[in-house]
Design a protein around this ligand. Structure first.
Ligand code: F3S
Length: 408
């Protein structure tokens, strides 16, 4: 693998043991994927998750003197101050959250603690080479923004943040960004929730192919989907499958036409998606409806517009007795909602709005075995594996259920 003189100095330890470890890891990855050389990255995002292995890797680099050349934004860790007093967790888990916070600060990360950096705070431009970890962010920056990133892990993204490099392979190369699967959408899509179900169906069938999606319903041939609709699609396609790149024909920047999106590639798989397929996806992911204990929204983090929509849907009503309701979001969306009056409305309805955290953190462990509800298939899928059953429905249905105490 070709390395520049500067990259060779990183690898031989001249720039410190932490930098050496980071470059060593990237070179190993580059060799595994037959990369000819490294490429400079101008942005990074690390899916810091408070998992011990990721924290240990960051400590190894910091203890070897490494600091970030391209400071990464960070995924949620845990807003201990907001949630720990409500849902106490084991001291060792609290300690790991604090240890993670400390070491990422020391390496020079930007502590955004938000899993949608591509919407605010770390937004790459068309053609920019970046190293993003966070399964929902990577397909968004590739497909919607036209930037270039492979599906990085926390480990490789942090190594790129330290060295400013990533191996030049995969989705950094033109030839791997072209479509090779055709998806024809016959279902009419009404809002972000439907886009999420579509993403789930596409991901199940696509695996790691590059789908080109054509819409039969006229509305989506002429109107751009909202950022939230595109985000729900990318999140679910990357959860049920390993989709890191897709094209929405006539919408996304590398797909002005289906022909351009395929770039001469052979179509190796066809899929048609109807309303029935979306309903089946919901039934597959969702647990059976019934009395609920918790509504958990914001996987991925809710935007300002979604907070505003939730406040409007409550319309001054309150959650039923015994129903906990949390929305996970970013600190800046909370600030905007506060200034604009929506936060107060949500709080008056019994909704907790919390920054910096993730549904996958241990603060929600107390709901194990109880029936819960969400509008995110990713949340339902992850939590089911951890013993938290979730009913999957749209945002309006979640709010109606919260007010009545029961999901339909
Ligand atoms: Fe965000 Fe955690 Fe969901 S990082 S996308 S809330 S799994």
């Amino acid at each position: 693998m070709f390395l520049t003189d500067e990259e060779k100095r990183m690898l031989d330890g001249s720039m410190g043991e932490g930098v050496r470890k980071a470059m060593d890891m990237l070179v190993a990855m580059g060799k595994a994927f037959d990369a000819e050389r490294m490429i400079k990255v101008s942005r990074t995002h690390v899916a810091l998750s408070g998992q011990e292995g990721d924290t240990y890797w960051c400590e190894l680099l910091v203890n070897g003197g490494a600091r970030c050349l391209i400071p990464p934004t960070t995924n949620p860790n845990w807003d201990v101050d907001s949630l720990n007093p409500v849902y106490p967790v084991a001291p060792e888990k609290l300690f790991l959250a604090a240890r993670t916070e400390d070491v990422y600060r020391r390496i020079g990360a930007i502590m955004t603690h938000c899993c949608t950096p591509e919407l605010a705070g770390n937004v790459p431009s068309f053609g920019e080479h970046v190293a993003f970890s966070e399964s929902s962010a990577t397909p968004y920056v590739n497909s919607i923004l036209g930037a270039r990133s492979n599906r990085e892990s926390s480990v490789s993204a942090l190594a790129s943040a330290v060295t400013g490099r990533t191996p030049y392979y995969g989705l950094h190369l033109d030839e791997n960004r072209k479509g090779n699967m055709l998806v024809t959408v016959e279902a009419e899509l009404n809002g972000a929730y439907d886009w999420g179900l579509l993403g789930w169906v596409v991901g199940m069938h696509a695996g790691n192919l590059v789908p080109v999606i054509e819409f039969k319903k006229r509305a989506y041939q002429w109107i751009r989907p909202t950022p939230e609709e595109q985000l729900y699609f990318t999140t679910e396609a990357a959860t049920s499958g390993a989709v890191a790149m897709f094209h929405l024909a006539g919408i996304t920047p590398e797909a002005p036409t289906p022909e351009k999106a395929f770039g001469g590639n052979k179509i190796i798989k066809n899929l048609t998606v109807t309303r029935k397929d979306l309903e089946e996806a919901q039934n597959l992911v969702s647990d059976p409806a019934g009395k609920i204990n918790l509504v958990l929204l914001g996987c991925p983090h809710y935007t300002y517009d979604q907070l505003k929509e939730a406040a409007a849907l409550f319309g001054g009503r309150k959650t039923a007795d015994g129903v906990h309701f949390w929305i996970l979001t970013s600190f800046d969306a909370i600030e905007l909602a506060k200034r604009s009056g929506h936060l107060e409305l949500l709080r008056n309805s019994g909704v907790g709005v919390v920054p910096d955290t993730c549904m996958d953190q241990p603060c929600f462990d107390g709901f194990r075995g109880m029936l819960n509800m969400t509008d995110s298939a990713k949340c339902a899928h992850y939590q089911k594996r951890r013993g938290l059953p979730f009913v999957l429905r749209s945002l309006p249905e979640c709010i109606e259920a919260a007010v009545k105490g029961e999901a339909k």
